[in-house]
Design a protein around this ligand. Structure first.
Ligand SMILES: Nc1ncnc2c1ncn2[C@@H]1O[C@H](COP(=O)(O)OP(=O)(O)OP(=O)(O)O)[C@@H](O)[C@H]1O
Ligand code: NI
Length: 281
């Protein structure tokens, strides 16, 4: 039997920022540490975590678009090959495509119809189909990004990534502000991509979205992936996940009682649990 190789392999990955204060004083801020994951073709892996936990930076690291003051260590491989800065540039927008979190990623000087079509000019049918699916009426093709509403701009970004023909799609909070029908359309499009053998990395703070389509869920807290869980098992019961933060995320869901996780520090909380021998709060 042939052993399946991951599409994306991240090993002991870390991101930190060097910041210069007054004089020669230098601060080093670690924003992602010890991150390891495998994503296989045909799979959807969700990265779930709170605001500022490092999810977008992880996406930007894979694409090679981190800010200039960021430093990384560890390894990211795509189809078994180390992703060097040059390789990332070659693959970006072609083999690896991003649905960015911010709609400011649209090229302000390019009409939207061209942006959607530009990654694969020869797939005109696909572009039309995607325009139709995301209700981007023909007239949108003639508009510049500043003429679009927020929801429409977001749909253009989704359409651009879906029509790129990429093997690996990274969706960074793809659905905020969209109508439910468009959220459903986005999720089913991502699912179809995975069913067609693509790999999908979906970043979201909304664990319910992850439960709908993900195969695996990596739980992120303060730049550390506390665990990678099977999505269906995680959804079924907090007993199926190991980490207190993952359990707390489950209990915070409306259908599971809405227990607030605000103001809890799960770094300290873990210690407290271990020291007192107490169970879950
Ligand atoms: N250029 C930078 N210099 C220093 N720190 C930065 C820089 N860019 C981001 N950070 C910090 O890195 C951390 C992770 O940011 P990131 O945008 O990845 O979070 P996120 O999980 O995507 O959050 P959100 O859910 O709000 O999108 C944050 O604390 C942020 O302040
Ligand atoms: Ni983000």
């Amino acid at each position: 039997m042939e052993l399946k190789k991951p599409l994306l392999e991240v090993r002991d990955f870390a991101v930190h920022f060097k910041q210069y204060g007054k004089g020669l004083h230098r601060k080093d801020i670690q924003v992602i540490s010890n991150f390891t994951l495998d994503l296989y073709a045909g799979e959807i892996l969700a990265i779930v975590g709170g605001s500022g936990s490092g999810k977008s930076l992880l996406a930007h690291a894979i694409l090679g678009i981190l800010p200039a003051n960021a430093y990384t260590s560890g390894s990211i491989k795509y189809k078994g090959e180390e992703l060097t800065p040059k390789k990332k540039e070659q693959l970006r927008g072609r083999e690896i495509s991003l649905i960015p979190q911010s709609i400011s990623y649209l090229d302000p000087l390019m009409k939207t119809g061209h942006q959607i079509g530009s990654p694969l000019q020869n797939l005109k049918g696909t572009v039309k189909n995607i325009m139709k699916r995301f209700q981007l009426a023909e007239l949108v093709e003639q508009k510049y990004p500043f003429q679009l509403s927020g929801g429409m701009a977001r749909r253009v970004l989704i359409g651009t990534a879906l029509s790129s023909g990429a093997q690996l799609i990274i969706a960074d909070e793809p659905t905020p502000g969209l109508h439910k029908s468009m959220v459903d359309e986005t999720l089913s499009s991502l699912k179809e991509l995975a069913n067609n053998g693509r790999g999908v990395l979906m970043i979201t703070h909304d664990i319910d979205l992850a439960f709908i389509i993900a195969d695996k869920i990596a739980v992120f807290n303060k730049g550390v992936s506390v665990e990678i869980a099977d999505a269906k098992l995680f959804e079924a019961s907090p007993d199926n996940v190991a980490h207190p933060y993952s359990k707390a995320l489950w209990h915070a869901l409306p259908q599971n009682g809405f227990h607030s996780i605000r103001g809890m520090d799960y770094g300290n909380y873990i210690d407290a649990v271990q020291h007192s021998g107490d169970g879950e709060a």
